[in-house]
Design a binder for this molecule. Structure first.
Ligand code: ATP
Length: 220
């Protein structure tokens, strides 16, 4: 795939919650190597937009395409493995960090992918965590540590498009910038990858996004 070639796109997306309309006719596209930032005030529906793009919520209108094929024509587990989302509140984990990172490689949808513990250790090292971090209890991580583990778990699975919802919000500034570096390298390493991220941090949007989509509400 060529740089800039569209990986994920959406057209005519609208969302209401009950009788309240959140956003309407959203159009966006993200191409190879891009880091698309989504901005907008609290409650405008940024998380719900990511959920729609990820196929976690049914689309109320419009369509989403992954590599030119509509979301509705993908087997959903496969779509979600390619368009992977890190939600604002990571799911609770159990066991050690190492076991939690290895777990999804046992899922049918990831058959064919091989867990590489050394890659996990390398990524964690870049994020400032020592090798012993892999032995820590995943159920008792700090908020920031849980975000790092969720990020590494997703990166190890090598999705095509990664959707990040405030994925660095609990990190100190230095670690957040380390996470950005890891993500830049991940995008550069892969054959065809892209990133869409929601962040309230204007400085992060300014330094990290290659483009920003500002989400505005349509009112009641
Ligand atoms: N499952 C749901 N059922 C009902 N209302 C919901 C549901 N999920 C979200 N909402 C409402 O939809 C609106 C948009 O929520 P969303 O979390 O997408 O906003 P956001 O822009 O990501 O906000 P923030 O920046 O505060 O995280 C909010 O008013 C929220 O209460």
């Amino acid at each position: 795939m060529e740089a800039g070639e569209v990986l994920l796109s959406a057209r005519g997306l609208s969302r209401a919650v009950g009788s309240r309309r959140l956003w309407q006719d959203v159009e966006l596209a993200v191409g190879v190597g891009e880091r698309l930032g989504i901005s907008g005030p609290s409650g405008v529906g940024k998380s719900l937009l990511l959920r729609a793009l990820a196929g976690l919520d049914a689309l109320q209108s419009g369509e989403v395409w992954l590599r030119g094929k509509s979301q509705s024509s993908w087997p959903m587990p496969q779509f979600r493995a390619e368009v992977m989302s890190l939600l604002q509140r990571p799911a609770p984990a159990s066991g050690t960090v190492g076991a939690h990172l290895a777990e999804p490689f046992g899922f049918k949808v990831h058959a064919g992918k091989r867990h590489q513990p050394e890659e996990a250790a390398r990524l964690l090292n870049q994020l400032g965590r020592p090798p012993t971090f892999l032995d820590q209890d995943a159920a008792h991580l700090s908020g920031g540590e849980a975000q790092l583990v969720a990020l590494v778990r997703a990166l190890l699975l090598s999705p095509t498009v990664l959707l990040l919802d405030e994925a660095t919000s609990a990190l100190d500034a230095d670690t957040a910038e380390r996470a950005e570096s890891v993500l830049r390298a991940w995008l550069a390493d892969g054959p065809a990858r892209a990133l869409i991220f929601v962040s309230h941090d204007r400085a992060q949007q300014a330094r990290f996004a290659t483009r920003v989509h500002s989400l505005s509400g349509v009112g009641a």
